[in-house]
Design a protein around this ligand. Sequence first.
Ligand code: FEO
Ligand code: CA
Ligand code: CA
Ligand code: CA
Length: 642
Amino acid sequence: MERLPFLQMCRWKCGWACRTETANPSQAPTLEQVLQEAFTRREFLRGILGAAIVLGVPEWFRRAAEASGGTGVPFIPVGLSRDDRVAVPSGYLTRVVVRWGDPLFRDAPPFNPERLQPEAQATQFGYNCDFVSFLPLGRRGGDRGLLWVNHEYTNPELMFPGYPAGRPTREMVDVEIAAHGGSVVEVRAGSDGNWVYVRESRFNRRVTGETLCLMTGPAAGHEWTRTQEDPSGVRVRGTLNNCAGGVTPWGTVLTCEENFHQYFGNAGQLPADDPRRRVHARYGIPGGASERRWELHHPRFDVGREPNEPFRFGWVVEVDPYDPTFVPRKRTALGRFKHEGATVVVTRERRVVVYSGDDERFEYIYKFVSSKTFRPGDRAHNLTLLDEGTLYVARFYPDGTGEWLPLTFGNGPLTPANGFRSQADVLLNTRGAADLLGATRMDRPEDIEAHPVTGTVYAVCTNNDRRTLAQVDPANPRAVNRHGHILEIFEAGGDHAATRFRWQIFLLCGNPADPDTYFAGYPKERVSPISCPDNIVFDRVGNLWIATDGQPAALGYNDGLYVVPVSGSHRGRVWQFLSGPLGCEICGPEFTPDFRTLFVAVQHPGEGGTWERPLSRWPDGAVPPRPSVVAVRHREGREVGS
Ligand code: FEO
Ligand code: CA
Ligand code: CA
Ligand code: CA
């Protein structure tokens, strides 16, 4: 089979962020610095991995997990595949629940791929479903709920016949804007266990690139967030490139703006001495025309005409899926960068901690710690928690320790001498502030999750083919890291608000035959090949599920979903549970509260092809392929993976 034409993927997925360098002036620790610690790379790895005995999960949990059989994972792994279908282990069933274009309201028109229209798209399920969260409705919560689904980006070459690259029509652009954002859609399982979406649910909602959002927190209303259209600097049109996200304990969803730079063009038209120009460059905003050319039809995407619009994107956005009238809030206290996700943990003192990776090569891992505490049942109070607190960025030391550095105005170099006059300035240029603090440059930080029992934090780095040997450091230990890795972070005292931590490598992904791979010490001949880990979730027994994004390029096979025990005698045994159709990545993943259904989002099936030369015809055997959410369950109703 031919290798896929991957160039097209980067164009829309990340707006070439994977191929260009943003102006990140900070320096990774060099290999020489690592060597000064008297470790060679291999010896160092052995050193920290040996320390796993000390740093690992508590023995009581290990025993409990063993006793429950929870790390057994009794299914026969599916193999790597180049088939145009969703493959799962024997005994499991899949069902497509909702597809791009499915009408979400009574008066929404049916999907007509020959004639897409913006007004119709704004009432239909959006494109490129990414993050999925299941919010239960009713008592049992296992057979009825709301899905919040992110619609990260559009593939116009798959959406429109004869897409004229560089010259999209106004209508095409408006369809694309309407296909971005997110959806709330009610889903129910019938008595046969089959999930369907409820077209006429009063909860159904589309949030698009045009939906009114409010900026809140320290940067709201800053002079750099004011535009000709919005002199207040708080009322933003829409949310864009919503990649992954998180759920709060007060029942809202966090949806994260990731590669927002790609929607803007012409930043090079700003005067050379305009300080905004340097910040836009640090975030990768194109100096000339954008690939998408939305600026041809909407001046707000033309930085030469509207220099501040990009400052209104790159945030974590809070939405209440239970309230269709809720105005989404861009929570500026959590920082502005290419947020992959936003994972919420509540500390023993009931502070709210949000972990978030900045998904670009050599970018950073962050966490936010709220000033105020979570009050169960006090919704109005809880909706203020993400507006006030401390944002930190991670520095990993070679000795297996680490530090959270506060991105607080006045701390160290974060002063007017370096262009920071307020906390709002720090947040608007979070990347620049983190550079000055000397944060550790990572291999594309993606999803982050805390283990539900041990609290150990799992941070995914998807890949970084640009890291040179001189840039290798112990937390990013491979040059030309094509396959990615996963770190374990142990917060000091088990407190997610701590400013110190210890860390170790959990997985170095790839083909297990490759000597550069590592699976927590598990015998490599018994693990599945895995590459480009992206989104993760824990199941009831504490096994980690890993969805991948990039295996076609890295391994030559379709992306998939894997499960790996993180404790017990099978710790590190990566087994493939699902393989997606051609050209897709697998997103979600999300369990129902009873763990009997697993939802996955099949994003960009057929990417690499075009309308005229389709690579995939999933899910309906037709053109165009349709990004869709799929439910997976066991034929006998068992917990998935149990
Ligand atoms: Fe949108 Fe980092 O994946
Ligand atoms: Ca992702
Ligand atoms: Ca996750
Ligand atoms: Ca992805």
